[in-house]
Design a binder for this molecule. Structure first.
Ligand code: SF4
Length: 311
């Protein structure tokens, strides 16, 4: 067993030897964010994945993100430290059910949030992330009916923001649905001026009282630009690491969840399945590797490419 510092050294050495790049999501544990070549949200990581020259991409995130990297880099080796690192949103939308949904509404254009499987992407017309969803929807001619999957909360938010009526899939993120407004009100008793900054995967009643709603990267930028001393952050608590580095003088409070967990905040159990240890093992062994059906891979690339072009 190696300690954290030894693991970090070994990972950095192996990464160089193998010409690998480590892409990490903001929701990863701090030690992983610190050794990653790039830390970002889904859109930023997709862009990075499409631009890398490295032979191996180690994706410190969840399964659908590593799949997206593979779709964008069919000839590269894409590794995910734990293949079980899933996502409640992606799991809520099976390929068969989605195919049936599409079949029922043949005249609708299907826009899928990037948090879905490669099979669902392959059946979609366009992909979006929370950072570009408004722009993507606004690019669709008015009068064209749209169905949106799999996040109903993001879907409702987009309907309000764009004024476009959309048919929504009934999925939700278990982390963003877990915020407790009662507990947030308790936080406000202690920090009455703290601004609430929320991710649009959160429930409508929470977004209604938020001072700012945006993607993880937009939340980060808002807190940097906004002239205010304290914020309650309603997204996965991992973002606080990068955020606090960007604004060391400000008070950042993770929005509390319904559950009485140890950190009193919302953490994604899937994201936290990656650790320095399994990242090291995966780089050393060159496994677990993401493999996709070539037909799915080709079909899924089109709506992702369209998204990257529009955004
Ligand atoms: S935070 Fe939610 S949307 Fe993100 S990976 Fe975890 S379950 Fe999926």
């Amino acid at each position: 067993m190696y300690n954290s510092e030894e693991l970090k050294d070994k990972i950095l050495k192996l990464k160089k030897e193998k010409n690998a790049v480590i892409l990490a999501h903001y929701y990863q544990e701090e030690a992983i964010q610190d050794i990653a070549d790039f830390v970002g949200d889904s859109l930023e990581l997709s862009r990075k994945a499409s631009q890398t020259d490295s032979e191996i991409i180690v994706f410190a995130g969840v399964h659908f993100m590593a799949e997206t990297a593979k779709i964008l880099n069919p000839n590269k080796k894409v590794l995910l430290p734990d293949l079980d690192a899933g996502c409640s949103l992606a799991d809520a939308c099976s390929a068969d059910e989605f195919a049936n949904f599409r079949y029922q509404y043949p005249d609708h254009l299907a826009i899928s949030y990037i948090n879905c499987s490669a099979e669902v992407k392959a059946m979609s017309d366009l992909i979006c992330t929370s950072a570009n969803a408004v722009k993507i929807i606004q690019s669709i001619p008015k009068g064209q009916p749209i169905l949106f999957a799999p996040d109903k909360n993001l879907g409702k938010y987009l309907i309000r923001e764009t004024g476009r009526d959309m048919l929504l899939w009934e999925g939700a993120c278990m982390v963003h649905e877990a915020f407790s407004i009662e507990k947030i009100m308790e936080v406000w008793k202690k920090y009455p001026k703290a601004k609430l900054v929320a991710h649009p995967e959160s429930e409508p009643h929470l977004l209604k009282v938020a001072d700012f709603v945006g993607s993880t990267s937009a939340m980060l930028k808002f807190v940097q630009k906004d002239d205010h001393p304290s914020y309650i952050i309603a997204t996965e608590a991992g973002i606080l690491h990068e955020m606090q580095k960007a604004v060391p003088q400000k008070v950042l409070i993770p929005a509390p969840s319904h559950e009485n967990n140890t950190c009193a905040c919302s953490e994604c159990a899937f994201m936290k399945m990656n650790s320095l240890e399994n990242l090291y093992q995966c780089l050393k062994l060159g496994a677990p590797e993401i493999t996709l059906d070539p037909d799915i891979q080709t079909k899924a690339l089109l709506p992702i490419q369209k998204m990257l072009n529009i955004s």
